[in-house]
Ligand binder design. Sequence first.
Ligand SMILES: Nc1ncnc2c1ncn2[C@@H]1O[C@H](COP(=O)(O)OP(=O)(O)OP(=O)(O)O)[C@@H](O)[C@H]1O
Ligand SMILES: [Mg+2]
Length: 253
Amino acid sequence: MGRIITVVNQKGGVGKTTTAINLAACLAAQGQKTLLIDIDPQGNATSGVGFDKTNSQQNIYHVMIGEIGLADVVQSTSFSLLDLVPSNTKLVGAEVEMVNLKERENRLKAALEQLKQDYQFLIIDSPPSLGILTINSLAATQSILVPIQCEYYALEGITELLNTVRLVKRNFNQSLKIEGFLLTMYDRRTRLSIQVANEIKNCFKDRVFEVLIPRNVSLGEAPSFGQPIIHYSKHSQGAKAYKSLAGEVLLRG
Ligand SMILES: Nc1ncnc2c1ncn2[C@@H]1O[C@H](COP(=O)(O)OP(=O)(O)OP(=O)(O)O)[C@@H](O)[C@H]1O
Ligand SMILES: [Mg+2]
């Protein structure tokens, strides 16, 4: 059965989507059949691997409200061994429409049952909120990977996130684990980055991934070309870092 990892942090712009896309792509490049699942109405993971998020085709929204199964919306990407479950803004409506649906916290989990045998990794990109979509991703996942941006207020909201994880664990997903905390947008020239990195390592110790994701121009550019970094700029520092992350994830197996 595949390993399901959710990239989560309700704080916006910390590198969740960049991490989900590039971890998924690096795992696929290492021979692991991988499914990238976009459960954010912003659809950035969808466009980041080359799909048009304005397209009206069926997507994760139709799965969440129970119209169709997850297998019906899987798209193969142009990258070997990497598939996508797309999202778009329609998913905003799901928050409201799901209110009266039964087992509303477990809908993604139920949908994944159909597919988790078919992949070695399933990587979920979650939205910047702790709403029902994120709760669904936490209920469905085996572990969480939490990107933390090396900036002021880096740890803001982490307590709230961990409280939510605890609640989900108690109510919906007893075996939920923390895969690790990932330091993102690290700039080794700034004292602030170094301070934040040290603070987080003191706080979470060996649960912090060894690799630091550097602030890297190519990582910022790649999404507008619809390509993961290992295809857009394979010798960049960003590509090296995400390859190392995939290596750590494989080792932690
Ligand atoms: N290591 C990096 N170096 C340079 N730019 C980066 C890096 N990581 C992410 N970015 C850029 O920073 C912005 C925010 O990143 P990203 O979209 O991955 O964050 P997010 O947590 O998914 O945001 P949201 O909360 O809106 O979903 C994007 O424009 C992205 O291209
Ligand atoms: Mg995102």
